[in-house]
Design a protein around this ligand. Structure first.
Ligand SMILES: [Zn+2]
Length: 118
């Protein structure tokens, strides 16, 4: 089994050559479980940011517990999970691998062009 194109569970939401944005959809269709991933090539390196929505582990604690924790510690713990089947997980991995290679290549060509113009 390999990554697919187009890939089940993966949606490209932005592409500016040296940065790409994808949405990884959770299998349960709850959008707050999605991963939004940004893959960017900057001057020195590749940066990957993964954003998701965390929720308190409300199933194991009472609301009062969370309020008390917030008052005494100043923060509350949150958790998030994304559920993928095998194909979607492979697509996720493939998307990261391909996007990193793409933005790196774009950046190299961009830098080469800039140097030959100066
Ligand atoms: Zn979910």
């Amino acid at each position: 089994m390999n990554g697919q194109v187009p890939a089940e569970g993966i949606m490209k939401t932005g592409d500016w050559g040296d940065s790409k944005v994808y949405r990884i959809a959770c299998n349960c269709h709850d959008e707050s479980h999605n991963h939004n991933i940004w893959i960017e090539a900057d001057d020195h390196d590749i940066v990957v940011n993964i954003y998701t929505t965390g929720k308190t582990n409300w199933w194991s604690k009472t609301r009062w517990h969370h309020i008390w924790t917030l008052l005494t510690k100043g923060y509350i713990d949150t958790e998030s999970s994304v559920h993928l089947n095998k194909q979607q997980a492979l697509n996720y991995a493939e998307t990261l691998t391909t996007a990193i290679a793409d933005v790196e290549q774009f950046r190299k060509e961009y830098d080469a062009k800039r140097q030959s113009n100066s």
